[in-house]
Design a protein around this ligand. Structure first.
Ligand SMILES: Cc1cc2nc3c(=O)[nH]c(=O)nc-3n(C[C@H](O)[C@H](O)[C@H](O)COP(=O)(O)O)c2cc1C
Length: 250
């Protein structure tokens, strides 16, 4: 299997939301699975699982629940979950008491970090093969109860994020990212005002949105992000987690 160079894989990656009908091959998916499996995880506990959805009916149902067309049209939709069910079963098999790590904020962070890194391994492996990907956070937020039921998630497993994978049918312009001065701090967090760098970036994003290939918008960066956050205030993940058997206490 031919793969792209590391720099092309990482620096030319962009989210792809339109896919060809041709599916990803089994060989390509196997490579992606292997990359997922070799992801570093907290304690090597591998507190994550992935559900690979290729069944068109199931993809359609997930599209209807999330409104994200990519799920319907992609070749494989991978759902990355934080998973404390596996270690609980191992503890039970060895008749050991399972510490309630999943009921702490750090436990939830562990699972979320592990699942997120595994997703990034899949993104990178897919990009190196020339496949397109788009992370789908709505797989977590749109309707946690219905999606968990559809995927038959057991207790102590929750969706972190979905990932649509397919043969690209578009090549959108690369999105401008924050300058390094806003991302990389040297030896300590910068102490001067970031306002000027932030406003320059805001202007860059506004110009990008107005001139990019494909659909154009008048969105800036700051206002658009605040709109997303406002929408996100309506999500009740704590309640959703409680339905999945979690009861974080500290
Ligand atoms: C955790 C996460 C969740 C995301 N959720 C969605 C989503 O639900 N729908 C979507 O179209 N894009 C989603 N994206 C893609 C982002 O919009 C995209 O990464 C961002 O705009 C930067 O563009 P780029 O990936 O082309 O660099 C998500 C990305 C991440 C990392």
């Amino acid at each position: 299997m031919n793969t792209k160079s590391v720099s092309e894989t990482l620096l030319q990656r962009r989210s792809i939301r339109r896919y060809e009908y041709t599916p990803a091959t089994n060989e390509q998916m196997q490579f992606i699975y292997e990359a997922i499996s070799n992801t570093p995880t907290s304690y090597n506990a591998q507190q994550y699982s992935v559900i690979d959805i290729s069944d068109p009916d199931l993809k359609l149902k997930l599209y209807e629940l999330t409104g994200q067309k990519q799920i319907k049209t992609c070749s494989h939709f991978l759902v990355f979950c934080a998973d404390f069910q596996k270690i609980s079963q191992a503890a039970k098999a060895k008749q050991l008491e399972m510490p309630e790590i999943y009921n702490t904020a750090d436990g939830l962070i562990l699972g979320t970090v592990d699942a997120s890194l595994a997703m990034m391994s899949a993104v990178t492996a897919a990009a190196s093969l020339g496949l397109g990907t788009c992370c789908i956070g709505y797989a977590r937020t749109a309707n946690p109860a219905a999606i968990s039921e559809l995927l038959q998630l057991p207790d102590h497993v929750y969706v972190v994020c979905g990932l649509a994978i397919g043969v690209p049918r578009e090549l959108p312009d690369l999105k401008p990212k924050q300058p390094q001065s806003l991302i990389i701090h040297h030896n300590h967090y910068r102490t001067d005002s970031m306002a000027s760098d932030l406003m320059n970036y805001d202007t860059e994003v506004t110009e990008y949105n107005a001139t990019r290939s494909g659909s154009k918008t008048t969105n800036d960066w700051t206002g658009h992000m605040l709109d997303y956050y406002q929408e996100a205030l309506n999500y009740n993940m704590l309640e959703a987690l409680k339905h999945r058997g979690f009861n974080p206490k500290k």
